[in-house]
Design a protein around this ligand. Sequence first.
Ligand code: ATP
Ligand code: PAF
Ligand code: BAL
Length: 282
Amino acid sequence: MQTIFSITELRKALGAERRAGKRIGFVPTMGNLHDGHIQLIHQSNATADITVASIFVNPLQFGENEDLDAYPRTLQSDSEKLAAADCDYLFAPNIDEMYPNGQVIQTQVEVPVISDLHCGTSRPGHFRGVATVVCKLFGMVQPDVAIFGEKDFQQLMVIRRMTEDLFLPVEVQGSPIARADNGLALSSRNGYLTPEELAIAPTLNRTIRNTISQIKAGRTDYSALQEEAQAVLEEAGFSRDYYNICNRYDLQAAKADDSELVLVAAAYLGKARLIDNMVIDL
Ligand SMILES: Nc1ncnc2c1ncn2[C@@H]1O[C@H](COP(=O)(O)OP(=O)(O)OP(=O)(O)O)[C@@H](O)[C@H]1O
Ligand SMILES: CC(C)(CO)[C@@H](O)C(=O)[O-]
Ligand code: BAL
């Protein structure tokens, strides 16, 4: 695997691959890689000839009081994991490479409506930061296909909308959530949890599954179901963010006669903010 830090060098290397007729797969990440990320690399390897992973902790998508400084930076071990997974290129630009004009005076990409729901409500401006950096990364890497995890369900929808609206020539693929045996969605932020909190964390997924079985059993009083689940999570030691039963296609609050749903949730536990979701087929 070749590690590249500059856009010029990246363009040179990938230009040669493209001219050789290679289909380029791309996996954008913020690093501190776990098996969920490696699954995305495998998916890219299966669909493309060349896989490019990026590692960039993007300040533009972090709020003022969020964990930008604390976010784990583990380039050496990430690079070993990527090489072992047969990734071909690691692109790890620094902040000046990504934002040569600073983070404020530059073009930003806004995907309206959906960006203001759920994670966008608790993290204002977050999806503008995500859409902007992913658009820039697409311009740098010019992939044929890009893979994103379904753990960030709303992020995947924002990126699909952006790609479609801007006619970006990239196929966007989702990849299922990789979980620990106890149901906990793998996440770099699980590393913030103490052993006691790690024992509590699977309650988030267990609660989601419980809500879904009640919906499958016929309950359609979604507001009450959401409130009951929030109470269970608080009792377990979480603090509230959101827990919403939604229409799968626009992420608006589900109506009683909607049949294709998704439950999206986020909750605070100690220093971590955990997210999870599950689709519901009725
Ligand atoms: N458990 C998982 N299963 C599948 N994909 C995942 C999982 N965790 C992360 N991803 C995907 O990996 C890509 C990079 O995500 P990121 O680097 O933010 O990892 P993360 O572990 O989700 O970190 P964080 O805890 O900060 O959200 C995203 O497309 C994300 O959806
Ligand atoms: C897509 C992404 C790499 C953009 O910074 C980030 O939001 C993430 O890791 O999911
Ligand atoms: N996985 C989404 C990146 C973030 O939380 O900022």
